[in-house]
Design a protein around this ligand. Structure first.
Ligand SMILES: Cc1cc2nc3c(=O)[nH]c(=O)nc-3n(C[C@H](O)[C@H](O)[C@H](O)COP(=O)(O)OP(=O)(O)OC[C@H]3O[C@@H](n4cnc5c(N)ncnc54)[C@H](O)[C@@H]3O)c2cc1C
Length: 258
């Protein structure tokens, strides 16, 4: 394995969440579909490039038309790769796999199907890519689109500004940031949604805001984030008659666990 890409820029969201902007060294464009993930890797010892490399999957947040490939990454302090990623600076080298993967894309979705994206933490990443790629269509309003993003605290709600802007511009796009821990303890005023991401489905808040009854006939649902949220939400939608989308069988429920 060898370095084939350069970190062009890094932006801090919090000390433990960063955006990484990466390009291939040879200038080659990365061909992927919005919603897919790529592999990033760094050597265990940067002075031993022939030794062990740590490889992990990361969802891409940029749209395929952007020049730099963007990733939204949270630090796992005891992890093998993320502490190494967090010590990088702009201009440093990295490995980025040339083959994207993942079924979290729009292939089976028609122009008029309504969409619900439900995420926690870094699980918002593939949805940001999809929303950026389909922004014109979202603004033109052929469908209703809801995006739920659950985090522990408001400061972890990455992309909030960009998504609120889009919501202001389009009556068809509905953004639901929701936090599970007390903001009051941090001295932050928060009059928004509180609790777990999936509660906004079970308590009818999303359905009411969209003004459309959620059914498998007119919705595709995408889930990404922590395994507990994904498992609980899969059950909620399967009970409503949704079917998992797989390579073999088309469905209307798509999910990935981070
Ligand atoms: C399809 C896919 C897409 C992904 N996309 C993203 C993404 O967009 N952004 C992102 O930050 N991560 C993403 N991940 C997770 C990522 O691949 C790594 O697992 C993560 O960055 C941890 O890597 P590490 O080498 O630092 O930790 P590891 O050395 O792999 O793990 C160390 C320990 O920490 C635990 N651990 C792993 N992740 C977490 C976590 N998030 N919180 C707490 N404990 C954890 C592990 O179970 C293990 O016990 C994705 C995973 C998959 C499968």
């Amino acid at each position: 394995m060898q370095y084939n890409a350069i970190v062009k820029n890094i932006k801090d969201i919090t000390p433990e969440i960063k955006l990484f902007f990466i390009e291939f060294k040879n200038g080659q464009k990365f061909n992927f579909k919005a919603g897919q993930f790529a592999v990033l890797a760094l050597p265990d010892d940067k002075n031993d490039l022939d030794g062990l490399w740590h490889k992990r999957a990361y969802s891409i947040t940029s749209s395929p038309s952007q020049d730099q490939v963007e990733f939204y990454i949270v630090l796992v302090k005891e992890g093998k790769l993320t502490p190494r990623l967090f010590s990088l600076k702009a201009g440093d080298e990295i490995f980025m796999g040339e083959k994207p993967a993942g079924l979290m894309n729009f292939d089976g979705v028609s122009d008029t199907d309504n969409l619900i994206f439900i995420s926690t933490g870094t699980g918002i990443a593939p949805f940001v890519s999809i929303i950026r790629e389909h922004k014109d269509e979202i603004l033109n309003g052929k469908r209703q689109v809801a995006l739920i993003h659950g985090a522990r605290h408001t400061y972890e709600l990455g992309f909030k500004g960009e998504l609120e802007e889009l919501e202001k511009k389009s009556p068809y796009f509905h953004y639901f940031p929701i936090v599970s821990r007390s903001e009051q303890e941090l001295g932050v005023e928060w009059n928004g949604y509180k609790g777990h991401a999936q509660s906004l489905i079970t308590n009818g808040v999303v359905e009411k805001k969209l003004g459309v009854s959620i059914s498998p006939e007119n919705f595709h649902v995408f889930l990404c984030g922590n395994p507990k949220m994904v498992d609980e939400t899969v059950t909620i939608f399967m009970d409503k008659g949704f079917k998992r989308n797989t390579i073999k069988e088309k469905g209307n429920l798509y999910f990935d666990k981070h």
